[in-house]
Design a protein around this ligand. Structure first.
Ligand code: PLP
Length: 384
């Protein structure tokens, strides 16, 4: 009675996605090889311009990866050692790592139990005279609550850096009805073109995005060895470039991004319908003012003690799943030397509980309803 399936099921199907645009991608790659312009070739600028148009932002500054993008963006804020950056305790490590690397102090705060994004209330409580930056992460594909975050930033004269590695193409609507692109609401935003991200290349890649000319110029200079003119270096920078090959691939894939987003949203809606009435699972709750581009489809188990069993059960049926993220930042050994992270259990109760109760199901642009039916049937069977 149970459905069988012949294909392998993947968390993301990069090969299936490639096959549909194979000729165009290969041609773009070959063109770069023929030109030998491997660094800063014409496709880098072309892609940056096309992405700026797609996102409706003034500036896209490409760089080597999403982690560099965060680091370069923070460097553009002219901060002093010990300045505090408010960041969620439930995120990928990169968002916090760069803060520590620059000698700044990451101030962790808890997240909202429904959207999994940074808690606005918690931000307000964490502000001190040393606070300089709020770093919201648009987790799993939808925006943090940017309007109140921007209000707080204005009130306390803080910079806002949006980690938009997971929500490229999402939109946030302000109370006055204006619609803004994720990553272009604060002073700077960053994104990643890691292969499994919603717009992924065939290696590493990233970008800073902004509507502010000043920060566009600063990040461009910092990402290029602090160079303002050839061999003239006005600030200490880094070497962070997007390879021409990656830019050429991304420029082809960018034309599909709208379609990719729709495919992910349709897959999410299909899962929602199947799990919406479950007494065992909570489907991803949509934020009030944001669209959701479903980088991940993340369920929350009501009984967290069953989470790992469910994962093992699905694996035995050939269904991959992932836990994003199994350990909150304040439990990571790397951050234990920060005095303020001698945190006890219960300091960030929502982040801690999510780490124990979430599970992400396969979601990607090539998912068929046949595969989804197979996954859904087995998730339901586990609970029956
Ligand atoms: C992927 C990711 C990054 C880092 O991007 P890389 O390109 O892998 O360096 C940063 N923040 C978040 C939230 C991410 O998901």
């Amino acid at each position: 009675m149970e459905k069988t399936i012949t294909q392998n099921i993947h968390m993301v199907d990069l090969n299936g996605q490639y096959k549909k645009i194979e000729a165009e991608v290969n041609q773009a790659i070959q063109k770069v090889i023929d030109s030998s312009a491997f660094i800063n070739g014409a496709p880098v600028k072309a892609f940056a311009q096309n992405l700026a148009t797609f996102l409706d932002v003034k500036h896209v500054i490409p760089c080597a990866n999403g982690t560099d993008a965060l680091q370069v963006a923070l460097m553009a804020f002219d901060l002093q050692p010990g300045d505090e950056v408010i960041v969620p305790a439930f995120t990928y490590i990169a968002s916090v790592e760069v803060i520590a690397l620059l000698g700044l102090t990451p101030v962790l705060v808890d997240v909202d139990p429904h959207t999994f994004n940074i808690s606005v209330e918690a931000i307000r409580k964490a502000i001190t005279p040393r606070t300089k930056v709020i770093l919201p992460v648009h987790l799993f594909g939808q925006c943090a609550d940017m309007e109140p975050i921007m209000d707080i930033a204005r009130e306390f004269n803080l910079r806002v850096l949006e980690d938009n590695a997971q929500a490229i193409g999402a939109h946030y609507t302000f109370a006055d009805g204006t619609v803004h692109t994720a990553g272009a609401i604060g002073d700077l935003g960053t994104t990643s073109f890691f292969p499994s991200k919603n717009l992924g290349c065939f290696g590493d890649g990233g970008a800073m995005i902004t509507n502010h000319a000043e920060f566009a110029e600063k990040t461009r200079v910092i990402a290029s060895h602090g160079q303002t003119k050839k061999y003239i270096h006005d600030v200490i920078g880094v070497n962070s470039r997007l390879d021409t090959l990656q830019a050429a691939i991304l420029d082809v894939k960018l034309k599909q991004l709208g379609t990719y987003i729709t495919a992910r949203q349709n897959a999410a809606a299909y899962y929602d319908k199947a799990f919406g009435n479950s007494e065992h699972l909570a489907i991803p709750q949509r934020a009030d003012n944001s669209t959701h581009v479903f980088h991940q489809y993340t369920l929350k188990l009501q009984d967290s003690s069953k989470r790992d069993q469910l994962k093992d059960y699905l694996k035995a049926q050939g269904i991959p799943s992932m836990v994003y993220y199994p350990l909150p930042i304040h439990y990571q050994n790397a951050f234990k030397h920060f005095e303020q992270y001698q945190h006890n259990e219960g300091d960030f109760p929502v982040a801690e509980s999510l780490c124990n109760s979430v599970i992400s199901l396969p979601i990607h642009t090539e998912l068929t309803t046949d595969i989804q039916d197979y996954i859904i049937d087995h998730v339901k069977a586990f609970f029956s």
